[in-house]
Design a protein around this ligand. Structure first.
Ligand code: FEO
Length: 427
């Protein structure tokens, strides 16, 4: 074991476990989409067993020097038998290729999903025979203690996994249960109040994958957790279950009546035409619920987009089953508040929801097809053709709006009749 190469030092976390990561207090933006008022940390760990040392995750390439200095302060490279990379995003894997070179006897363990992604980091031929794919319940021995793997994909990449050190009740969770909050006091009972960072991180990174979050929680909740060691932010040693409970709450349903299907109609209107179309769409949806009797357990809501910022609507959309958007066409486009809301939908999982569009126009009417196109690209189903009306809608056009709402609702309730598709719709 060498002396540290710089003033940085490893931090003891538990018996035989050290934090060997790096602090990045100056970071103010992560992955373009996240603001990081308090910077971040790239957490990596060294776990010593009687038959070898495991390194769990590395750091962003620019911080490799302090990572290697901390590692060298607690282990020699020839002691490293095991490298676990729980997630391949460059903020965690930047120093991995160099670590594999410095510890040529070490085996690398990654999830099965991660294996084909490794070629983005290095030429796998360079480390041939040293890479093992693992899944839930697979283990690797360090002699007197072992590491166990949990396959927890899409938190937030397909490759993500968690690693469990039963001997210390410690879960190495990568991005899961982490946050961007840099504080050199390192432990949750010593750092400043980071609750806003924890929730912000969930809402911007994990929220679109909340089904996968719930699956991962199912795996880890039964564990006798003493410490959660995430890939970013404070190490959670004081009441780690509190953070698990927070994730359970954040990823759960906010609706009281979770059995009803929910259909939301959003609109914005310059002169009232699109508003009246929206009212007809909503009335058509309600009529379908009545038509279906007891089977029509449907909640229809109508919202004027002008009346809110996008965020509260995004919360509603996450829970909804159908999203119908009404926009006038102005200068050949849907209007900005509609695009603002549609662009916010990447924050939540909307795949498979039902979508539709409608709106009035003056002379061209592109908004409806543009919204439908956006909905399809977000992987919503768009089974009911949109309705557009020139200037003030006619009685027939209002009837078409009611039928749009009715058909959308029937689809939700499983009562829609099969429709013959015109080949022209497929081009
Ligand atoms: Fe912290 Fe997904 O990387």
């Amino acid at each position: 074991m060498r002396a540290a190469a710089s003033r940085v030092s490893a931090v003891p976390v538990a018996s035989g476990v050290h934090w060997i990561g790096a602090f990045d207090p100056g970071l103010r933006n992560f992955d373009i989409i996240l603001r990081t008022a308090n910077g971040t940390s790239y957490n990596a760990y060294a776990v010593r067993g009687s038959a070898g040392v495991a390194v769990i995750d590395t750091v962003k390439a620019e911080f490799a020097e302090s990572f290697f200095a901390r590692l060298e302060s607690v282990a020699d490279y020839n002691e490293i038998s095991t490298i676990v990379q729980n997630h391949l995003e460059p903020d965690h894997s930047g120093a991995l290729p160099e670590l594999l070179r410095r510890a040529p006897q070490a085996m690398l363990y990654v999830s099965h999903q991660a294996r084909p992604m490794l070629k983005g980091l290095f030429d796998p031929a360079e480390f041939a025979g040293r890479i093992t794919g693992v899944g839930t319940s697979d283990t690797v021995s360090l002699g007197d203690r072992q590491l166990e793997f949990f396959n927890t994909p899409y938190l937030h990449w397909p490759d993500t996994q968690c690693t469990w050190l039963a001997a210390e009740g410690m879960l190495f969770s990568a991005d899961f249960l982490g946050c961007h909050y840099c504080d050199e006091r390192l432990f949750n009972d010593a750092v400043g109040d980071f609750r806003f960072s924890f929730d912000y991180y969930y809402s911007h990174i994990m929220r679109p994958f909340r089904g996968h979050v719930r699956n991962a929680l199912d795996l880890i909740e039964p564990l006798p957790l003493l410490t959660i060691a995430p890939g970013h932010g404070p190490i959670l040693r004081d009441d780690p279950r509190d953070y698990v409970r927070r994730y359970r709450a954040l990823s759960g349903s906010g609706l009281h009546n979770t059995t009803a299907k929910t259909l939301l109609v959003f609109y914005i209107s310059a002169y009232g035409a699109t508003r009246r179309m929206a009212e007809a769409v909503a009335a058509g949806a309600e009529s379908a619920a009545t038509e279906c009797g007891d089977a029509g357990d449907l909640r229809v809501s109508l919202y004027d987009i002008e009346g809110s910022e996008p965020q509260p609507f995004v919360d509603l959309i996450e829970e909804a089953d159908a999203l119908l958007f009404g926009s006038p066409t102005i200068n050949g486009d849907a209007v900005k508040p509609v695009w603002d809301l549609l662009s916010s939908l990447t924050m939540v999982d909307v795949k498979g929801k039902l979508g539709a569009a409608f709106g009035s126009y003056g002379w061209s009417g592109e908004a409806v097809s543009m919204i439908e196109d956006r909905l399809r690209r977000l992987k919503l189903r768009v089974p009911v053709p949109g309705v557009k009306a020139r200037l003030s809608p006619t009685a027939d056009e209002f009837a078409a709006c009611r039928e749009l709402g009715r058909q959308a609702a029937l689809h939700l309730l499983g009562r829609a009749e099969a429709r013959a598709i015109d080949m022209a719709e497929l081009v």
